[in-house]
Design a protein around this ligand. Structure first.
Ligand code: NAD
Length: 312
């Protein structure tokens, strides 16, 4: 029997790639419910799905920020049965905190944190009853390590990590697995949407030096990182499919090995000084050489990051 996989945020990027990849499984092991907030954006998915559309893939409306939308979608699923939930819907956010209102911060949490929580609560009772199920959350490396000027986004991903890390323990008792997938930068519309937002802002309430650091140092470095180290949505989808197919799925999976040093710094020094100071130096001393410096943290012999974790 094929497993029913419900995915959120499938009109673009990683969600679309995972939906198509699962629906086109040659052995037809998955029945995909690809959901999106706005059905007017379904054409790209329909095109990519090809003959799988209407067979192994159906499209449903679902806004992760709305109780009624989630309930409506769940009611449309036969028996309300979801074997695998992929929490993918998310929004990015960058900028100096002084310029971001608390209202705006709440909007990020509404999607990235409460959206995922709302979905988990919707599938949980049935998964527990059946003693089977898998909850996959598309988190981020920023769910493990904060990055300068990504304060609110990182906080929203940390929140979902903390929630799921706690829940995973309880759910093992019910044979329900939780998996966090932590991509580094991925070349989707994500960065483009961020840049559009940033270009519209005038950073009210922010001192000129901070605005300068953000615009002249952080933004070019960030762009460079997406351009040189960014993964394709297909590569991330592949990693997610492997997590879904695993018999005993891992709790955490990072998809981009070039980014593992970022997190290693944090665990190498429990005081936190190593990561905070290394990031400080990387950003303010090296600017756009940020990514090269990160690569330099890796061991030259085998590519691991254990032997060279001293600050540059
Ligand atoms: P994307 O912008 O292409 O996809 C995000 C999707 O979520 C969009 O289709 C959007 O419409 C949808 N969405 C937003 N709010 C929603 C809501 N309320 N209800 C339903 N859908 C909603 O970007 P992406 O890169 O494919 O992002 C997918 C996930 O991957 C996100 O959770 C993101 O945080 C995470 N991620 C992305 C990157 C990256 O660099 N692109 C890196 C790490 C993690």
């Amino acid at each position: 029997v094929p497993r029913t996989v419900l995915i959120t945020g499938c009109s673009s990027g990683i969600g679309l790639a995972v939906a198509v990849r699962l629906a086109q499984d040659p052995q037809q092991r998955f029945q995909v419910i690809a959901t999106m907030r706005d059905l007017r954006k379904k054409e790209k998915l329909e095109e990519a799905a090809g003959p799988a559309l209407g067979k192994t893939l159906s499209i449903q409306r679902l806004d992760v920020c709305s109780d009624s939308s989630v309930a409506e979608c769940m009611e449309s699923i036969p028996g309300g049965r979801v074997d695998v939930l992929v929490n993918n819907a998310g929004v990015g956010h960058v900028g100096p905190v002084e310029s971001i209102s608390v209202e705006e911060m709440k909007r990020i949490f509404e999607t990235n944190f409460f959206g995922a929580v709302r979905m988990i609560k919707a599938v949980l009772p049935d998964m527990k009853r059946r003693q089977s199920g898998h909850i996959v959350v598309i988190s981020s490396v920023m769910g493990l390590q904060g990055i300068v000027f990504n304060d609110v986004y990182a906080a929203s991903k940390f929140a979902v990590e903390g929630f799921c890390e706690s829940l995973a323990v309880q759910l093992l008792q019910f044979n329900v697995f939780v998996s966090m997938v932590e991509p580094g930068p991925v070349n989707t519309d994500f960065e483009l949407k961020l840049m559009e937002e940033v270009s519209r802002s005038e950073f009210p309430g922010t001192d000129p030096a901070t605005v300068r650091y953000f615009k002249d140092v952080y933004l070019p470095a960030s762009h460079e990182i997406f351009a040189t180290l960014g993964q394709s949505p297909a590569a991330v989808a592949e990693a997610i499919v492997n997590v879904i197919r695993a018999r005993r799925p891992a709790f955490r999976t990072q998809t981009n090995s070039l980014y593992t040093p970022l997190v290693a710094l944090k665990y190498a020094d429990p005081s936190g000084d190593l990561s905070v100071r290394t990031y400080y130096r990387l950003l303010f001393n090296y600017g756009t050489l940020f990514h090269l410096s990160m690569a330099a943290l890796r061991c030259l012999t085998c590519g691991c990051f254990r032997r060279r974790v001293t600050p540059l």
